[in-house]
Ligand binder design. Sequence first.
Ligand SMILES: C[S@@+](CC[C@H](N)C(=O)[O-])C[C@H]1O[C@@H](n2cnc3c(N)ncnc32)[C@H](O)[C@@H]1O
Length: 186
Amino acid sequence: MESILSDKKNRFVAGTVEKRDLNQYWYSPHTIAVMVQEIEEHATKVAFLSTPSLWFSLKESELKQHSFFFDVDMQWAWCPNFVKWDYNEPEGFDKSMHHAFDCVVIDPPFITPQVWAKYAQAALLLLSEGGKIILSTIEENAEMLKGLLEVEPQLFAPSIPHLVYQYALFTNYPSTYLSSLNPELF
Ligand SMILES: C[S@@+](CC[C@H](N)C(=O)[O-])C[C@H]1O[C@@H](n2cnc3c(N)ncnc32)[C@H](O)[C@@H]1O
């Protein structure tokens, strides 16, 4: 994997202003690099729910071509891999996407149980059997998320430079690159 110094720049992060009205908070370039490496190791077709920076940061590959990112922000409507989606209508995507993904990655704009219930509903409809889940939220949501999606906190915590909370990362499988501490946070 690239070092923290060499992945300081990320084209998406450098070129995409965070919109506060949509609670947009991008992961840091290093966190994106580690999460992308994890995804590239474990997935072949990913639904990125409210995690656009990750889809844009995948290397050009079949994985990227076959994956979609779901978001309410129409600035990406030009992109064929964008799905206009509002979590308030969690099942508001085409039936062809039901159980079509072997991985879902989630970072909602809010941390409440009500919002998480909607993201979980969408994730379970998108995932194929045995599908992998990677998500970020506050550590205090661990019990609620164990109940909803059977995920466990990982040692690697994401850096999200403009967010006041410290988030944790969770997965429903033994992760490869999310199992050690994030040097950005020390
Ligand atoms: C906390 S940010 C997560 C971004 C992620 N950390 C990344 O680096 O890609 C929340 C995301 O939710 C999206 N969002 C806001 N309101 C939404 C809605 N009603 N339905 C779906 N996505 C929404 C935002 O556009 C933003 O991409």
